[in-house]
Design a protein around this ligand. Structure first.
Ligand code: NOJ
Length: 510
């Protein structure tokens, strides 16, 4: 049965479903949308906000931004949050995932100075959400470290674990009574592999194979400390849930050759296991194969110890089980092949030793890395169930990029195909509590600026008000939330979207 389903999905997942059964999302399945502070807020130096690493990086290197547009103003959500909530009401979503800008509420990075104007902003946004029965899902860290902490080494400094815990404490103190869903970190692999290993993502340290591993250890520990803090000081009082969002794209071997199949297993351990194993596996710690591989390479390269720092037994204990749910950010799938050429070393790429590709017949988005492969969501879900024993999952991001324009039929198609895959994954036992579309609206896609548009709403960045307009996909998503089924042929009569009464919000324990 298992293999039959897999084969059917592999074939039909890309080209559309062949079976006719109507699958339905449960009434208590939560639907939402997401954004992050740097990408939408703007007001980068307004009301005493401190500078963060993305402010600094894009101010110092404007040339790296595809269309030159940085996050100084972005969607100006700092001033437009009421319109944002109005859009959420138009969509009829259950939750809104947004992030808090650390340097907006703690301009020095430390808890000695609290910026009350920053606190007021998030308080107003949260109150506006609650007023309309929309549950806030708050990310504590979505890539924007206070610059001052970066000057002290950022996530490569082991003290960052304490800095984050202090920051988390302030946030829990201020907003804990209103927020039930918390996400500590967004995509540790982007923070560390891109930001500390690479040079195209702030803070652009560019020391792969060393700085990225230091960062991964500290980011995971910081997450675990914040989780434990919530457990001991706030859980009984506020009964909220705390998770972490990981980038969980899928990877398949390019063919059946043993060397490529083995390389794919290894790639999964480096891209999924490195982050999941410490929290969700029975034994805890980084995956044994990853530890072995990096140690062996490090010694060959003349290092005295592994470039991947060890976790002590207390740290392993701290991390194990430190999440109420797994936040899954899933966008695409890659094919993996054992690398034929020598890769620069030391580097995480060289440690893994693979080449990635995507078949040219998979539909392309506006982002070079993002092609549509819905079956990958299904396979990723089953992999997680098998290896990590059916964790509670919340899809905290999934989306598609286009150019400007309201008729985004490629996003609609992608959305429907992935929903079909998700419904199958749920049918086959994945414990998915909810889905969050990336993104509510077009925003600053890091160094792609606004050249890659991820929004269900289009934003006119030329206008002073940063006017937002619903795309076709917004109407389709709204309809899906109402009907709870995927209707392949449904089309709206016109492009108007208005607030409709929605079913009472279902309280869901994560
Ligand atoms: C994941 C990141 O969390 C988000 O910031 C980004 O905009 C989307 N992926 C799309 O690339």
């Amino acid at each position: 049965m298992y293999t039959v389903i897999l084969v059917l999905i592999t074939v039909s997942g890309i080209h559309g479903w062949s079976d006719t059964k109507v699958r339905r999302f449960r009434d208590d399945f939560l639907f939402g949308v997401a954004t992050s502070a740097y990408q939408v807020e703007g007001a980068w130096d307004v009301d005493d906000k401190g500078e963060n690493i993305w402010d600094r990086f894009l101010h110092e290197h404007p040339g790296v931004i595809a269309d030159g547009r940085n996050g100084d103003v972005a969607c100006d959500s700092y001033h437009n949050y009421q319109r944002d909530v109005e859009m959420l009401r138009e969509l009829g979503v259950d939750h809104y995932r947004f992030s808090i800008s650390w340097s907006r509420i703690l301009p020095t990075g430390f808890s000695n100075e609290i910026n009350e104007k920053g606190i007021e902003y998030y308080d107003s946004l949260i109150d506006e959400l609650i007023k309309y029965n929309i549950e806030p899902m708050v990310t504590l860290f979505h890539f924007d470290l206070p610059q001052i902490l970066q000057d002290l080494g950022g996530w490569a400094n082991p003290l960052s674990v304490e800095w984050f815990e202090d920051y988390a404490k302030i946030v829990f103190e201020k907003f804990g009574h209103k927020v039930k869903y918390w996400i500590t970190m967004n995509q540790p692999n982007s923070i560390c592999v891109d930001g500390y290993g690479g040079i195209e993502f702030a803070p652009a340290v560019g020391f792969s194979g060393v700085a990225d591993y230091l960062c991964i250890k500290n980011v995971l520990l910081a997450h675990a400390k914040a989780y434990r803090l919530y457990q001991t000081e706030y859980k009984t009082k506020y009964k909220g849930s705390v998770g972490i969002s990981l980038s969980l794209n899928w990877a398949d071997s390019v063919d059946n050759k043993t060397e490529n199949v083995e390389s794919t297993d290894l790639f999964r351990e480096f891209s999924i296991g490195l982050y999941m194993n410490p929290i969700w596996s029975k034994e805890g710690d980084f995956p044994a194969v990853v530890k072995k591989r990096v140690l062996q390479k490090s010694i060959e390269q003349g290092y005295r110890k592994s470039r991947l720092p060890e976790l002590s037994s207390e740290e392993i204990k701290l991390l194990k089980g430190s999440a109420d749910f797994l936040g899954a950010n899933h966008y695409t799938t890659y094919f993996v092949k054992k690398a034929e050429k020598r890769l620069p070393s030391p580097s995480i790429d060289d440690d893994i030793g693979v080449e990635l590709s995507q078949p040219s017949d998979w539909k392309t988005s506006q982002s070079s890395w993002l092609r549509s492969a819905p079956y990958g969501l299904y396979k990723m879900s089953l992999h997680i169930n098998k290896v990590y024993d059916y964790p509670a999952v919340f899809i905290t991001e999934h989306g598609w990029s286009t150019t400007k324009g309201l008729k985004d039929s490629s996003r609609v198609k992608n959305l429907r195909n992935y929903f079909n895959a998700l419904l199958l994954a749920i049918e086959d036992g994945t414990d998915v509590k909810g889905y969050t579309a990336w993104s509510l609206m077009d925003n600053v896609e890091w160094i792609a600026g606004t050249s890659e548009r991820f929004g269900l709403y289009e934003v006119n960045f030329e206008s002073k008000e940063k006017t937002r307009k619903a795309r076709l996909s917004a109407l389709v998503y709204k309809r899906l939330i109402e009907q709870r089924i995927v209707e392949e042929d449904w089309k709206p009569d016109n492009m108007n979207i208005s607030i409709t009464k929605r079913k009472k919000y279902a309280k869901v324990e994560l």
